[in-house]
Design a binder for this molecule. Structure first.
Ligand code: AHR
Length: 525
């Protein structure tokens, strides 16, 4: 048994939980839109063709924003194809994913669905094959109140009131040679700056996200951010980073330390933001982790991609429908801890993606929809993180990883709200040993309201996953949590055992706070 200790001091809070870090991503790719959220003819489909069973799971997930319509797809997309009468919309080649796009779903349909799902729409413009004029056009179409050709066209297309979209991504992964319209940092920096300038002339209330690096291993990483930020200083509000993790060759120790990798990636981008802010005098921008997840990219690149990219041009083929294990869910929980831990720099984040495509929710045509293992840490973190984020002081054993060097076995972050409720998120990164945890929490007489853990289920192993027919992986109550007043009466002392390879959330309510009854927590969770 390993041992770790932590202490939560609300005086060291780094800022409020940024609700937008619980965003997701819906790309016109594979079966994310078609046969994912939208399937006319499905027994649960509404009059517009959207599946009620999938919508219910999306609502349960509790995400806050949805990035749309891509991803790589957006770099070849003409937004006009997705508006106007559905019957006259063109069918196009989607060269990014070697598919055909029918355009049955476009801006109006998606915006209505997102609103029903309680998601703020984050719209990406095409800065791959297109440029400043088209970025300005789609903004005017979406947000201008009326009286111009584009805004009147929106009204005629069925939405008289402006969509009022605040969040706009200036292209996608333009640094990658796989991207349609791939650019150098200089080329993209200029294009992003001039698109941003015009977009803010048209609607000064928009928040703009410049595209940062596609991953921390890109040869241009660092120089890309510096160049793009210099060009866009004072014009954009956020810069993105994309981060996907996977287990390579059975190296579970490195995989479980993915959150340490994300911490370092964020710290590097933050340092460059500060450097450029000091140089230009512009305010430091936020970091939009606008694609993150576990994704078995190696499998995609080596096996699926050669097959898909050389074949036919199918409509909504099965693409990267990764089936997530317990281990993957623990890593997703740990990545969420990293996002919270960096809440002073990360302004928003999008779990990529939402349905079917590397997603927490899966669905089958004319069949069921279900929760993947990764659904649970996301749902519980989004539901239970509240108030101010606190980085606990931690004394944890270290373990060696091939990828990140020595990393703490205990990965943790806390939130503390105005009523004194303390929520503690904790991952035991050891794949083999339980971890005895001692926690010193602020406030005497805290009451345990919840201790939910996600780990290896009875009769399963770390590779166990949920499928269409069986879902053995779900959070369960963590037994044996003790809570006692500290000798000086100022704090509460908690004891718990975190199982090997597990993610856990604890909620402790202040004794005096009646609003934090067990019932309240159950309904929030
Ligand atoms: O989310 C899948 C793909 O990953 C996106 O289209 C792209 O932006 C990234 O490479």
């Amino acid at each position: 048994m390993l041992h770790a200790r932590l202490e939560v001091d609300p005086g060291t809070a780094i800022g409020p939980v940024p609700r937008r870090i619980f965003g997701t991503f819906v790309e016109h790719m594979g079966r994310s839109v078609y046969e994912g959220i939208y399937e006319p003819g499905h027994p649960t489909a509404d009059a517009a063709g959207f599946r009620a069973d999938v919508l219910a799971l999306v609502q349960e997930l509790g995400a806050t924003t949805a990035r749309y319509p891509g991803g790589n797809f957006v770099s070849g997309y003409r937004w006009e194809d997705g508006v106007g009468p559905v019957a006259s919309r063109p069918v196009r080649l989607d060269a990014a994913w070697h598919s055909v796009e029918t355009n049955e779903v476009g801006l109006h349909e998606f915006a209505r669905w997102a609103s029903a799902a309680g998601l703020e729409l984050m719209y990406a413009v095409n800065l791959g094959t297109r440029g400043i004029a088209e970025a300005a056009d789609v903004l005017e179409y979406a947000n201008h109140p009326g009286g111009t050709a584009l805004s009147e066209r929106r009204a005629a297309d069925g939405t008289p009131e402006p969509f009022g979209i605040r969040l706009w991504c200036l292209g996608n992964e333009v640094d990658g040679p796989w991207q349609i319209g791939h650019k150098t940092a200089e080329e993209y920096g200029r294009l992003a700056a001039e698109s941003a300038r015009l977009m803010k002339f048209i609607d000064p209330t928009v928040e703009l996200v410049a595209a940062g690096s596609s991953n921390a291993e890109m040869p241009s990483f660092g120089e890309w951010e510096r160049t793009v930020l210099r060009h866009t200083a004072g014009l954009v509000d956020h810069i993105s980073l994309h981060a996907y993790y996977e287990e390579w060759d059975g190296d579970v120790d490195s995989f479980l330390a993915s959150g340490a990798g994300l911490d370092r990636y964020i710290a590097t981008v933050a340092a460059i933001i500060d450097e450029v802010a000091a140089e230009t005098g512009a305010a430091p921008v936020g970091i939009s982790v606008d694609e993150w997840n576990v994704w078995y990219q190696r499998r995609w690149n080596e096996i699926d991609k050669p097959r898909v990219m050389n074949g036919d041009w199918p409509a909504h083929p099965r693409l990267i429908e990764d089936e997530y294990s317990v281990t993957d869910a623990v890593v997703v929980g740990s990545l969420l801890i990293s996002l919270l831990r960096n809440a002073d720099r990360v302004s928003m984040a999008n779990l990529a993606q939402l349905v079917n495509v590397i997603a927490p929710i899966r669905s089958e045509p004319n069949g069921p929809a279900w929760r993947q293992t990764t659904f649970f840490p996301f749902q519980l973190t989004a539901a239970l993180a509240s108030g101010q984020v606190v980085r606990p002081s931690v004394a944890s054993p270290l373990y060696e990883t091939a990828k990140y060097g020595a990393v703490e076995v205990l990965d943790t972050v806390a939130t503390v709200d105005d009523s004194g409720t303390v929520t503690l998120f904790a991952v035991n990164r050891s794949a083999t040993e339980d971890l005895a945890l001692e926690a010193v929490l602020p406030g005497a007489g805290l009451r345990l309201q919840r201790a939910s853990t996600l780990g290896v289920p009875e009769g399963g192993d770390r590779h166990t996953s949920n499928t269409a027919t069986a879902q053995p992986v779900a959070p369960r109550e963590l037994a044996g949590v003790t809570i006692t007043p500290s000798p000086d009466g100022a704090s509460s002392l908690v004891g718990a055992t975190l199982p090997a390879l597990s993610w856990t959330v604890f909620v402790f309510g202040a004794a005096s706070d009646p609003s934090h009854s067990d019932e309240t927590v159950a309904s929030r969770g």
